[in-house]
Design a protein around this ligand. Sequence first.
Ligand code: ADE
Length: 236
Amino acid sequence: MNFHVMTLFPDMITDGLNTSITGRAIKAGVMSVTAHDIRDYSNDKHLKVDDYPYGGGAGMVMRAAPVCDCYEDIVRSIGKRPRVIYMTPQGYTFTQSMAEELAQEDNLVILCGHYEGIDERALENIVTDYVSIGDYVLTGGELPAMVVIDTVSRLVPGVLNNEESAETESFSDGLLEYPQYTRPADYNGKAVPEVLLSGHHANIEKWRHEKSLERTKKFRPDLYEAYIKEHPEESR
Ligand code: ADE
């Protein structure tokens, strides 16, 4: 999987993703992340990429030409027109199933906005998917892009090792994950639940499932309702 990020802050992307599991996968050649500096495509002598909004109003708007020229350069380098995801609070909310779909692609372009947004004509020309990471507003699309890349990359074969990928995950069955414990069995008077020390696998599975249901009901009643619709016998 090759991620191509169009941004005004390329260091933010490379510094963030060359670390930890994504960094390991990049070094191993299982995935690549290339940050393309939109400013390199400015034809302004001061390298400006933004301008005042037509119609007035606060803030600046990123101009269409540097964004589209940057994209065309990426297209030339890979020889096809890949999906372009624009990170914006005005998009569809990012989900695990969206990540699963994106993980099927060989190349993904992610466009990060700044200021008050990007000239709509650039978006009309190149964007295929409008994606938000939640109902809050960040200063730019770089952190959201990293969220998408991190989530998609762990679904790409070879990014996680066997142990990491075998891990039971929240959302894979529509429930939140159960609590985990490690040594010591007693931490400042707080004991690990007895059943986890029992070695009785069926009871452990049952306990974990109960805890998953309990947590999901408490923290994500929307997910709980959806799960119970599919499994009415588990209602509590
Ligand atoms: N840019 C600013 N806020 C954002 C959000 N919530 N999701 C995606 N991109 C954004």
